[in-house]
Ligand binder design. Structure first.
Ligand SMILES: Nc1ncnc2c1ncn2[C@@H]1O[C@H](COP(=O)(O)OP(=O)(O)OP(=O)(O)O)[C@@H](O)[C@H]1O
Ligand SMILES: [Mg+2]
Length: 315
């Protein structure tokens, strides 16, 4: 699987360089916040993402550290670049990639990284299949990520102790060097399942000691999943018909019992299938004029037709 993609931080207004900030010498936290325009990003993070309180708090703490460093610099105090490499652990669909993107913007606005883009990769983007292929591959990815965030999904696949000839170790060595020497312009986020990540860090103490922030993404509770569904629907200009939200709650109850439940990702997939059924329902009648209500409303029947209710063939 190749999931290398780069999301430009272009929409973010240019954050002032820390050096400039020192010249402007803001003296209050408020001045730094206003200057860096980081507050709207933190507010959006709070507003857009349901739950995740501990994650949001950790991000605020990191922002606070950078703001205070900024003020310290204004006084000519020693402000050593803090190490901000992180690990994001949690089950699929708990918001890790989404939060990593926001983190990149926050780090950019606070002047920590130059560009604030996110490069998301997996093992295959870093590790080659033949001798001599890994180092250039890893360096190429690092080059792309420089000035932003390198997000390594399922990072534990880099380390395959059972396979002597595996080149993953080579990629890890290069990562370690760059994480140490270029940490003022690159933040590495290692992501994956909690238990596998713990084992991975135990086997790679060098990596573990360079990760300053371990952030855990818990599974969402039922009510949070429903609230996430509401946000997603609103964002797509759909709404539940009266009574349909309760049926969706029932759907989630049942879906949660099934294998491969992937939190918010499963909510999104379920809504996509419900939209398909709504479209098929509307499509069936060619002569009826469809108004905005028809086009935006998902009914209880659209939801009940799912296979989790055990009444219909799989969809
Ligand atoms: N707390 C939340 N509030 C609203 N939407 C959310 C929340 N968490 C995740 N989502 C949405 O759910 C989807 C999946 O999230 P995301 O891709 O960030 O999860 P992930 O942890 O990276 O999952 P995976 O391990 O499968 O890559 C995205 O569309 C995201 O916008
Ligand atoms: Mg992800």
């Amino acid at each position: 699987m190749n999931m290398l993609y780069a999301i430009p931080g272009a929409e973010a207004p240019a954050a002032p360089e820390p050096a400039q900030a020192a010249r402007a010498a803001p003296r209050t936290v408020g001045e730094v916040l206003a200057h860096s325009q980081v507050e709207p990003v933190l507010a959006e993070l709070d507003a857009d993402l349901v739950g995740l309180q501990p994650v949001k708090q950790r991000i605020r703490d990191i922002a606070a550290l950078l703001v205070i460093d900024w003020l310290r610099m204004g006084h000519g105090l020693q402000a050593q670049t803090p190490s901000l490499h992180m690990s994001f652990t949690g089950n699929p669909g708990t918001g890790k990639t989404t939060v990593a993107l926001r983190m990149a913007t926050i780090l950019h606005r606070l002047g920590y990284v130059r560009k604030g883009h996110l490069v998301a990769v997996t093992r295959d983007d870093l590790v080659g299949q033949y001798i001599g292929h890994t180092a250039p591959k890893t360096r190429e990815v690092l080059k792309k990520a420089m000035g932003g965030v390198l997000f390594i999904d399922e990072a534990y696949y880099l380390y395959k102790p059972e396979n002597e000839r595996d080149y993953g170790g080579e990629a890890i060595e290069i990562l370690l060097q760059v994480m140490e020497n270029q940490r003022d312009d690159l933040v590495v986020i290692l992501a994956g399942y909690k238990d596998r990540m713990d084992t991975f860090f135990q086997s790679n103490p060098g990596l573990s000691s360079r990760v300053a922030h371990h952030i855990d993404f818990p599974d969402y509770a039922h009510g949070e999943l429903l609230a996430i569904g509401d946000r997603m629907l609103g964002g797509m200009n759909y709404r539940f018909a009266p009574g349909a939200r309760e049926v969706f709650g029932d759907y989630l109850d049942r879906r949660l019992q099934q294998p491969h439940f992937a939190n918010a990702r499963s909510v999104r997939n379920a809504l996509d299938r419900i939209r398909l059924r709504q479209a098929s329902r509307l499509f069936a009648d060619r002569d009826r004029p469809l108004d905005v209500t028809d086009l935006t409303t998902l009914t209880a029947e659209d939801i009940r037709a799912s296979r989790v209710f055990g009444t219909a063939p799989p969809t």
